[in-house]
Design a protein around this ligand. Structure first.
Ligand SMILES: Nc1nc2c(ncn2[C@@H]2O[C@H](COP(=O)(O)O)[C@@H](O)[C@H]2O)c(=O)[nH]1
Ligand SMILES: [Mg+2]
Length: 375
């Protein structure tokens, strides 16, 4: 007999006594359901009500057990993270409190907002060679087909990438440069009128590589019906094509906020969606509120935010919620740049240094989704 049934039968026994015992005047105390007793009529409970009360109490006891076990897991997880060399947590107390709230909230309260380039995708391969961003798909492939045009894409990246990550410029100083970079590369794509099928081939031959465990993380979120918002200043069509090629289909739970190539009736690139999303405007200012999935994510008060750049830390701004946001940041920068690393530890709750996997994020999500007893 499982623990829930055991508990209910114990409760019935207790309740039958309590049901006949609570409230004045008491003339007799029933020992079992079958005893006939003289009690004030309004105190009498029908057996079905006793069972219902017992079942409700049993369930609340079981839920309480489940919650207590989850909180134990939070402590275990924090101890485990504390032993992992490339995991940096600036404020363990704060992170532990967030994890406790998220664990108690469970999968029904959870929303995951993730950047794509160098967050779900890898920054470099095992040899330390830089891998591709979604925009970079054009840098690589166009160079092969039309070197003169390909060089224009590469020149833009060589010029603007250092500005994006410069520690010596403010965000305000960087924004005009980012708008110029995105605008110029999008114009090159539209001028060439690349077809959808050409772009699909580009993705197939690209150097975009999922982080280890990224596919499993996306699929586990779908299996638990936890919404995943991929919020990217890259090219959303490239991400969709990449997911389609890797996963066979785009999971129902996955939504995109990104720059989208708009194709004409001949499936040729004609324009890009507005407003432009660059690294430093990844917040609610670029989200059309009527976006359908806002209904799906309403009520999801606890957010896990996954990013790799400083521009990713406000992706949860604008999501109506009153629960915690746990920010997990992938640091891909120079290991000797202590100032940059310290800055990441300041703005992200958990920093993963040169981590090519989704292991830590998966452990957090598994702990939140965990159920100890069948409820
Ligand atoms: N190779 C290129 N990379 C580019 C270009 N424009 C932007 N970017 C990079 O994309 C990411 C933004 O994507 P996200 O998913 O991380 O938000 C950004 O960090 C830029 O470095 C380009 O024209 N070529
Ligand atoms: Mg990124």
């Amino acid at each position: 007999m499982n623990r829930v049934v055991q508990h209910i039968s114990k409760q019935i026994g207790k309740n039958s006594r309590r049901a006949f015992c609570s409230g004045p005047p008491r003339r007799a105390i029933a020992e079992t359901l079958t005893d006939s007793v003289l009690v004030d009529k309004q105190q009498m409970f029908a057996p079905s009500e006793i069972v219902a009360n017992a079942a409700a109490q049993a369930k609340s006891q079981v839920i309480e057990t489940d919650q207590l076990k989850k909180l134990e897991h939070v402590t275990d997880l924090m101890e485990e993270f504390g032993k992992i060399e490339n995991v940096r947590i600036g404020n363990p107390t704060d992170v532990k409190e967030k994890l406790k709230k998220m664990a108690l909230g469970g999968e029904h309260k959870l929303l995951v907002i993730s950047d794509f380039d160098f967050t779900l995708s890898r920054f470099q391969n095992e040899k330390g060679e830089r891998l591709s961003t979604t925009h970079g798909v054009f840098d690589d492939n166009v160079m092969r087909l039309n070197p003169a045009l390909g060089q224009k894409f590469v020149d833009l990246r060589e010029k603007y990438y250092p500005i994006e990550f410069s520690p010596n410029l403010t965000v305000e100083e960087k924004i005009p440069h980012m708008e110029k970079w995105w605008g110029s590369s999008h114009q090159l794509i539209v001028n060439e009128k690349f077809s959808k099928s050409t772009i699909e081939d580009f993705v197939r031959q690209s150097r975009i590589v999922f982080k280890d465990g990224a596919e499993e993380l996306i699929q586990s979120l779908d299996a638990h019906s936890v919404p995943l918002v991929i919020f990217s200043a890259g090219i959303g069509n490239i991400i969709e094509i990449f997911l389609q090629q890797k996963l066979g289909a785009i999971p129902r739970n996955t939504h995109f906020i990104s720059n989208m190539i708009l194709f004409d009736e001949n499936e040729q690139a004609r324009a890009f969606s507005e407003p432009l999303i660059h690294t430093f405007c990844k917040n609610s200012s670029v989200i059309q509120k009527e976006t359908s999935f806002f209904h799906e994510i309403s009520g999801r008060t606890n957010v896990i935010l996954l990013g790799d750049s400083m521009g990713d830390i406000h992706m949860d701004v604008g999501v109506e919620k009153n629960g915690p946001t746990l920010k997990i940041g992938f640091y891909n920068g120079d290991l000797s740049d202590q100032k940059a690393l310290d800055h990441y530890v300041e703005v992200y709750d958990i920093v993963l240094v040169h981590d090519p996997t989704m292991n830590i994020a998966q452990k957090v999500i598994d702990m939140i989704n965990m159920k100890h007893v069948l409820l």
